[in-house]
Each structure stands twice: as C-alpha cells, then as structure tokens.
Design a protein around this ligand. Structure first.
Ligand code: PEP
Length: 247
C-alpha cells in the first residue's frame, strides 16, 4: 500500500464563507503527492456547494453520517442517497461522537455501512477504545469486537475505509505511542484479512485522534497507517495541507 488518504472531518463547524478553506486546499493540491487522496467532510449543509466547487480538482467531498434508510419519515436525518446526490463520494459512519451522543451501536453502524454501499458511497467506519478500556488492557479486544459488529460481509478497498480513532485521543492533543498505533493497526489488518481475504490486504486503515502538522509524518510512517482522519486540524487549509505533505 503506497497511496495515502488524508480525510478531514469538520464536525459541526463551517458556514458558507468556509468555502475559502476548500479553495485553499484546492490551490495547494498540486504541491501534494499525486497519489495522496484528499477528502473533506464538511457539515451536511455544505456538502453540495463543496462538491460542486471541488469537481475535477482531485479533492473529494464526503458526509459525516447517514441514516440507514434511503428516505422516509426521519425528521432531520440525511440518507446516503442524498449525500451521493449532493456529490459526496464517501461518508463517515460510527464516529465515536455519534456512538456516544446518539447511542449508535455496532449494529446501527453496520446498517449505515450497508446504506453507504447501497448509494454507491465509500464508507469510512470508525472504531476505537475509550481511555478506561485502554487502561484495562482491552484496546485490541474492543477494536476487534467493533470491527466484527460494524462491518458487513463483502467489503473491498473500493467500498470501505477503516478509521482507528482512540476516543481519548480525539480533540485532546494526546496520541498513543507509535508502538500502540502499530499494534492496533496490525490487529485491524489481520482482522480485515481474516474476514475479507485478499481484499482485506488493501482496505485502507486511517489513524485519527489529534493528528497535527507536527506529528503527521511520524504517524503516517507507521506500518498499516494508510492515512489520517483529521478533526480540528482539518478546518484550516494550511494545516490540512501540511498534514497531507507528511503522507
Ligand atoms: C475526529 O473527530 O475524527 C478527530 C480525529 O478529531 P481531532 O483530530 O480533532 O482529534
């Protein structure tokens, strides 16, 4: 695996004027290695405008969540089909903030991955342990259990990306040691190979949790780290591009 995916999760941040940051990323795209994929996931309100602006630029646009159904009586929700219709190529599912704030179970996340596939989107499925689980020595077990419950059969590198995001590292400025990242990514790789055979070898595994320009190159150099899912540092084009330069 040589090409990396650098994905930005803007969370509940961004107004119409924030398209200036997308413009900045597009302007800096040519300084980033050609095989490094760039993806920005703005809030749902901006997906269509961003996707239109990003067309043909090599920067792709994704959603941050989708409902399991294609349409229906689900006030306030957005379907994978709607994201695809707005020009998205990817959707993040099972982010720990959704698991915590909206009580999403592995079963729900699995149904959302299936919904993404139904709409032709690449699903970025997030897994990761809490601090208490890490302290109890359960990180690998938790991640394996989340993978088993959250991933449907039949995943390929064209339909699935896995993001390892230790909950305690998100937005905290703390990251696991390189050895800990390596251990979890190796465990995810072997789980994907056992489950999906040959396809499991090339499904991208992103690291997420306080990735910044200063630590990106070291994290991205770890075995089986095929890219990064970046929260806070993806909001500014200059930081996001600096992270991508480390790929
Ligand atoms: C995230 O929420 O996906 C994330 C990794 O956030 P941050 O980079 O801000 O820790």
């Amino acid at each position: 695996m040589t090409s990396k995916l650098i994905a930005g999760n803007w969370k509940m941040n961004g107004l119409a004027q924030s398209i200036a940051e997308l413009e900045g990323v597009i302007a800096g795209r040519s300084d980033i290695a050609g095989d490094t994929e760039l993806l920005l996931c703005p809030p749902a309100t901006l997906v269509a405008a961003f996707a239109m602006r990003a067309q043909g630029t090599g920067v792709r646009i994704g959603g941050q969540d989708c409902h399991t159904e294609a349409s229906g009586a689900h006030t306030g929700d957005i379907s994978a089909e709607m994201l695809a219709d707005a020009g998205a190529s990817h959707v993040i599912v099972g982010h720990s903030e959704r698991r915590a704030d909206h009580g999403e179970s592995d079963e729900t996340v699995r149904a959302k991955v299936e919904a993404a596939w139904r709409a032709g989107l690449v699903a970025i499925a997030c897994v990761g342990e809490t601090e208490a689980e890490r302290d109890a020595g359960q990180a690998l077990d938790v991640v394996r259990r989340q993978l088993a419950g959250s991933l449907p059969d039949g995943a390929t590198a064209d339909t699935l990306v896995v993001a390892y995001e230790p909950v305690w590292a998100i937005g905290t400025g703390r990251t696991p040691t390189d050895d800990d990242v390596a251990a979890v990514h190796a465990a995810i790789r072997s789980t994907l190979e056992e489950r999906f055979g040959e396809a499991g070898k090339s499904i991208k595994i992103l690291y997420g949790g306080s990735v910044k320009p200063a630590n990106a190159a070291a994290l991205l150099a770890i075995d089986h780290v095929d890219g990064a899912l970046v929260g806070g540092a993806s909001l500014k084009a200059s930081d996001f591009l600096a992270i991508a330069e480390g790929a």
